[in-house]
Structure formats: C-alpha cells, structure tokens
Design a protein around this ligand. Structure first.
Ligand code: NAD
Length: 260
C-alpha cells in the first residue's frame, strides 16, 4: 500500500483523528514560513515579548514586521491543504485542527473545530486592559506614521493577539490541545518543523498516549523517528490525495505511488 493510501486507511479506522499544523501548510497560500530559506526569520528576527514590553524600539520593529506581512496575510486564500482538512472534518474523519498558525486560513477553508495555540494575527488588543481593536484601524494608524501604537483607554502598547517568544501560552487553548492530544488515536503533524516548544510537545504527547503519528513535511523533523508514516512532499497535493482516497476508497487502486 502506498503512503497516501496508508494514511487514508488510518483515517477511516480512527475514532479521534487530530491535525496539528504549522506554517508549512500556508506556504502554498503565499505566506512564507519562518525557517525555510527566504523565510521570515532570515530577514526579520522575531521580537521577544519581554523586549516588546520593555522597549519602544522593539515595538517599532514588531509593527514594521507586521506591516510587511499583514497585507499578504489578508490577501491569502486557503489552499488545497486547508480545504482537505475542512473536508475531512465534514466527512466526520477529523475531530479538530490544533494550529500554530496565526493566519486564520483553516477557519476560512471551513474548518469549524480549530484551536489556535499561538493566537491570531486577525485581532489587535491592548496588552494591559485587553481592549480589542479593529486591525484595519490600527494598521491605518501605523501606515500614517504611528510606529508603535498605544491603547487610547489605558495608554499601554497594542499588539496583535499572537503569542510571541517568551509570552505565556493561552491557558484554555493549551488545555484543550493537551486533552485532544491525549485522546487522539491518530495525529497528523503537517507543515511544522516541530522545533518550537511547547507546541512541538503535543505530537510527542499524542504518540506517548498511544496515537499513531503521521508527519507530512518536506524536510526532516526531530520526531520522524517516532512516526508511523512520514511523507516528505508538498502538503496541498498530499492532503488532497488523502481526502479523495478517504471519500472514495475504491480509488486507492489508482492512487499515486509512494512519496517516501
Ligand atoms: P516552521 O517555519 O518552523 O516550519 C515549517 C515547516 O514546513 C518547515 O519544516 C518547511 O520545510 C515545511 N514546509 C513549508 N512549506 C511546505 C510545503 N508546501 N509542503 C511541505 N512542507 C512544507 O513553522 P512552525 O513549525 O509552524 O513554527 C514556526 C512558528 O511561526 C509557529 O509558531 C507558527 O505559528 C509561526 N508562523 C505562522 C505562520 C502562519 O500563520 N502562516 C507563518 C510563519 C510563522
């Protein structure tokens, strides 16, 4: 059996399949990941949270970086990878998506059960009073020269609702993601280098609690040795292929050959 057919068969047999996604699922939508050559970090090292809080200069860097990616993010549309996961949920084959992504593309593709463990770039909020702001309004301020915007209620810095390095993980999302990972019998880790902690501990947790682990990523990850299936291939066509096999098992006879 080739690898796509093997994953399709695992999905058909599973009672609690979870997808865990990273930046790699969105590169085919035109949003660069962090670590690939030419990725965001090659140009812009991330601003750690303590620096953001402490230094105006760091906040200016944060907002400059956000300005660089925000328009691309808004223009991006879900690709066949996002759409395949939404379809698996509709077919009753996928319980939830736990995502490290901040782009909102899973929801836009139609996935309903999505846990964003690194927050979302689609909301801006005050870091002290939590007042939420329309991202379009704040982006317009930044475009007009307000290079580190503050809250008009309490004066504290505004920040996208994303989790920066050094910032506490969202409690409820991590609790839910941990519970799903412990209950999963199939875990699909898709488009993640699996090196950002504590997120990367979730697929490990799932495997330790007995889930079968499938990794879809075009480069090796530190968890490959633990995985039951590793597919090194572009995510969109891979997931689309898996979904057609899940919806029509008869087509597995004509499935594309191995992606090993
Ligand atoms: P990462 O950049 O560390 O890893 C992405 C992985 O996906 C890489 O190993 C890369 O080789 C692989 N990849 C990229 N495109 C692929 C494709 N088309 N097919 C197969 N594999 C592909 O991403 P991460 O593990 O998610 O960790 C980085 C952090 O940055 C996360 O917190 C993430 O939320 C954040 N981030 C999010 C976005 C987004 O929301 N779209 C974009 C950049 C970074």
């Amino acid at each position: 059996m080739n690898q796509l057919a093997a994953v399709a068969s695992l999905l058909r047999e599973s009672r609690c399949a979870i997808a865990f996604t990273g930046a790699g699922i969105s590169t085919e939508s035109g949003i660069p990941d962090f670590r690939s050559p030419g990725g965001l970090w090659a140009r812009n090292p991330p601003v750690p949270y303590d620096e953001f809080v402490r230094s105006r200069e760091a906040r200016v860097r944060f907002w400059r970086q956000r300005r660089e990616v925000y328009r691309d993010l808004l223009a991006a549309r879900p690709n066949s990878g996002h759409i395949a996961l939404a379809r698996l949920e509709q077919l009753g084959r996928l319980k939830a998506v736990v995502t490290q992504n901040i782009d909102g593309l899973h929801q836009e593709a139609g996935s309903r059960s999505v846990i964003e463990i690194h927050g979302t770039a689609r909301i801006i909020a005050c870091i002290r009073c939590r007042k939420e702001w329309d991202p379009e309004v704040v982006t317009a301020w930044v475009d007009a020269g307000n290079d580190a915007p503050n809250c008009d209620e309490c004066g504290a810095p505004l920040k996208s609702r994303t989790i920066s390095f050094g910032q506490a993980m969202p409690v409820e999302e991590m609790r839910a993601a941990g519970e799903l990972s412990r209950h999963a019998d199939l875990y699909l880790a898709i488009g993640s280098s699996l090196v950002v902690e504590p997120a990367a501990s979730l697929p490990r947790l799932a495997k330790d609690y007995g889930a079968k682990l499938v990794i879809v990523n075009n480069e090796p990850t530190p968890l490959d040795w633990k995985a039951d299936v590793v597919i090194r291939a572009p995510i969109g066509p891979t997931l689309a292929g898996i979904v057609s096999l899940v919806s029509d098992p008869a087509s597995s006879r004509e499935a594309p050959t191995s992606h090993a």
